[in-house]
Design a protein around this ligand. Structure first.
Ligand SMILES: [Fe+2]
Length: 403
């Protein structure tokens, strides 16, 4: 079984690399704890920063903890400049504007504090500015030549796992397409996971970002690019997230333990999918953005339908998911256990108050084929990793089932 997985993985994983079974990137230092942010000045010092650029969005910049972070850095003798203009789905112009701000303020270390959009922007700003390249030339697989400015990432949601990956996802405003920088130099020099920053996330954000993390973990675990190391992170992420997502959603800041496991589960899922790749739930979900649905809700809608499509091709992995979540499934056959994994995921999504039916989001049946075609043509990179090959007709059939 392992050798088959590895063979499948080798075909995919060598993009940008030669003669390897798998690649895994890690941040240099990870600090995780309820008060982990207290260590931020120590990390600035370790990384030889003098003038810190904090990148964030407007709403986060107004939260009380931001002034605490600013004071922690300043009282240790470092300069701080704050740029709070990151918007959801950041584009190339956003990165260029932030780089101009970094240069104007002579900053030499970047701290990103926020959700995935902020962290993706921070990664791009640190690496593109130091390489003095046009951002357009940095897009794609491994085009960056050297390390960027030192980079510290501080996630404030438990979803994207961006703090754990080598990928900056951006939007090219000229073509309106998603583009990305893939580079080992995008990996953070320090990740600071302070659970307190997620305690007050509203329920809908908790549910939708958490579903994103869950989909990362399951798709990474079943991916054609899955490998021995990504599996360690992905299966642990699945356990952490499935065991805590509903409590985090219902109990909010009254269940700090659930928040902690969600923060760690999201990080683990990020390490897993960064190495293994994702799958068709991510590949098919993109067109739902046009209906105002968040990324997390969109991929969560497709997750059970894609698992059904993949079932006979990912039987062993799905059975392992069931058994990890419920030990009683050791008593049934592998096929039965694999099927149970889909029931477990559907139950979790329902308990988050989220429908996984496209009909509940104002989508018309006449639009399904075109949406599937649009997803299929723009997501080849993601669909390549799905455990079962997908044709355009398959994508259209999944869309119809999900209706
Ligand atoms: Fe995602």
């Amino acid at each position: 079984m392992i050798s088959n997985d590895m063979r499948e993985g080798r075909k995919i994983e060598t993009r940008g690399f030669n003669m390897i079974d798998f690649k895994v990137f890690f941040p240099n230092v990870v600090l995780s704890g309820e008060c982990a942010i207290e260590n931020i000045a120590g990390q600035v010092k370790r990384l030889n920063g003098k003038n810190v650029l904090i990148l964030t969005d407007y709403n986060i910049s107004k939260l009380p903890f931001m002034s605490v972070v600013e004071d922690l850095i300043k009282k240790n003798g470092f300069g701080v400049s704050i740029w709070n203009k990151v918007l959801p789905n950041p584009n190339l112009a956003t990165v260029k504007e932030a780089i101009a701000f970094l240069n104007d303020n002579n900053c030499d270390l970047v701290v990103g504090i926020g959700g995935g959009s902020v962290l993706d922007t921070a990664k791009a700003v640190a690496v593109v500015s130091k390489n003095e390249m046009d951002i357009e030339k940095c897009l794609g697989l491994f085009n960056i030549k050297k390390r960027g400015f030192p980079l510290i990432l501080v996630p404030t949601t438990s979803g994207t796992g961006s703090e754990a990956t080598h990928i900056s996802v951006l939007v090219d405003e000229n073509t309106n397409q998603k583009v990305a920088i893939y580079s080992e130099y995008n990996m953070a020099d320090a990740v600071i996971i302070d659970y307190r920053l997620t305690y007050d996330l509203p329920p809908n954000i908790t549910a939708e970002t958490g579903l994103d993390a869950l989909t990362h973990a399951i798709e990474a675990f079943a991916s054609k690019g899955a490998n021995l190391l990504s599996d360690l992170f992905a299966i642990n992420a699945i356990e952490m997230i499935c065991g805590n997502i509903v409590n985090a959603y219902i109990k909010g800041n009254h269940d700090k333990d659930a928040r902690k496991w969600m923060a760690l589960g999201s990080f683990y899922a990020g390490i897993g999918f960064c190495s293994a790749g994702l799958g068709a739930a991510h590949g098919l979900a993109y067109p739902l953005i046009d209906y105002g649905l968040s990324h997390g809700r969109s991929v969560g809608i497709f997750l059970p339908w894609v698992m059904e499509y993949n079932l006979s091709f990912a039987k062993s992995k799905y059975a392992k998911i069931s058994k990890a979540l419920d030990k009683s499934f050791y008593a049934i056959t592998e096929s039965e256990a694999a099927e149970k994994s889909i029931d477990l995921i559907k139950k979790i999504i329902k308990n988050l108050g989220i429908s996984y039916r496209l009909r509940d989001y104002g989508i018309k049946t006449k639009d399904l084929d075109d949406m599937a075609k649009n997803a299929f043509e723009s997501s080849k990179r993601l669909l390549d990793f799905n455990p079962r090959d997908i044709s355009l007709e398959d994508a259209q059939s999944i869309y119809k089932k999900a209706y």
